[in-house]
Design a protein around this ligand. Structure first.
Ligand code: SF4
Length: 367
């Protein structure tokens, strides 16, 4: 019998070829390695990929305001994408006649229900969280239930051999009905359910602010201190290179960032352009042509890195060495050096064997 990964690849191929919904013809089919771990302990189901988010990034809940809120909520309860599988009730972005996001119709939700069923069975996560009323309705098409969002939110309901926890959609519109603070309490409830279901052997989930952003912010800051101004592209690549070298030297991750493979190489999810200012206080960005450039202000340079206490001595040294050796390289040469690292070579080999690209799949092991 085919293993989990082969079954998933076969499912992804069928989804990519699906033409059941006429208005989704030009939308990305957002199912792939970027959805997360096939052994996840929690599965999040949203409504549909957003036009500015997953339809563009092909990483569910990433790149738009909903994605930003979702990642923030996960972070604040100590959950990481390494713990989760993230998908949507419909796998393609529905657009209205003006090209804006639309709510998927009942027919479209029903069209995609078989794919949702297969994902639920394949991942088999003990905790399933629906984000919004549409996702909750879609789960009822897979295995019947009579839950409504208003009455069943933030409660664990036995469902199809799992716990089903209804939550609100993290988009701005839903915040009117459920404030960010309330949603944060919902995610704390989810993290606790995951922790209980996971057992003592697994990495402990922290109720504090996730270390992923802190460590990524601190590491990016060191790179900027050492290099002066860096392109956004180089910042991601240098951070990845430092991770690889640190991993090789110590068998441990340098940061807790989530790195995925994108068309132009590894990309750190926490380091999204819209979050730079929050992640690296005092950083400046400017655009030259098509390039986003990032640097630290003069005062910040003098203050010399208040955040770096988060990093070990070896981590700091690795970052300095990487900045000195790879920072001055032009983009093409930097990209080549990155593609020659062991994790990237292994991923490219895997793509060859599976005969598919693994865009948005995790490139590094979980910290
Ligand atoms: S939303 Fe689902 S059923 Fe509709 S075209 Fe996309 S993959 Fe197919």
């Amino acid at each position: 019998m085919a293993n989990k990964e082969e079954k998933f690849v076969e499912l992804v191929h069928r989804v990519k070829a699906c033409k059941r919904c006429p208005r989704m013809t030009d939308s990305a089919r957002v199912l792939g390695a970027g959805c997360g771990s096939l052994d996840a302990k929690v599965m999040f189901i949203g409504e549909a990929p957003g036009r500015l988010g997953a339809d563009a990034s092909e990483l569910p809940f990433h790149g738009d305001k909903s994605g930003h809120n979702f990642e923030s909520l996960l972070e604040q309860v100590g959950l990481s994408r390494y713990d989760a599988f993230v998908t949507n009730a419909v796998l393609c972005n529905p657009k209205d006649e003006n090209g804006n996001n639309a709510t998927p119709s009942s027919t479209e939700i029903a069209n995609c229900a078989q794919f949702l069923k297969e994902q639920l069975e394949l991942v088999d996560a003990p905790v399933v969280v629906t984000l919004g009323a549409v996702a909750l309705r879609a789960t009822a098409l897979v295995t019947a239930h009579a839950l409504t969002l208003k009455e069943s939110v933030r409660k664990a309901h036995p469902w199809a051999g799992r716990q089903l926890i209804p939550a609100y959609h993290p988009g701005q519109r839903a915040m009117v009905h459920r404030s960010f603070a309330n949603q944060l309490a919902d995610y704390q409830f989810v993290a606790e359910a995951v922790r209980r279901g996971v057992g003592p052997g697994r990495r402990k989930l922290s109720a504090k602010q996730s270390r992923a952003s802190q460590t990524v912010g601190a590491a990016a800051r060191v790179l900027l201190e050492e290099s002066g101004e860096l392109s956004y592209f180089a910042l991601h690549k240098l951070l990845f290179m430092a991770e690889v070298r640190h991993l090789e030297a110590t068998s441990q991750r340098l940061t807790e960032g989530y790195f995925v493979r994108q068309k132009d190489g590894p990309y750190c999810v926490e380091l999204h352009a819209s979050r730079l200012a929050a992640l690296i206080p005092g950083c400046f960005t400017r655009t030259v042509g098509r390039h986003l450039l990032v640097s630290l202000g003069q005062e910040d340079l003098l203050a010399k890195a208040s955040l770096v206490g988060t990093l070990s001595e070896v981590g700091r040294r690795t970052l300095s060495e990487v900045a000195a050796k790879y920072g001055p390289l032009p983009a093409g040469k930097l990209k080549t050096a990155i593609y020659l690292t062991t994790p990237m070579r292994e991923l490219l080999r895997k793509e060859k064997v599976l005969r598919m690209n693994l865009f948005n799949s995790a490139v590094l092991p979980a910290p």
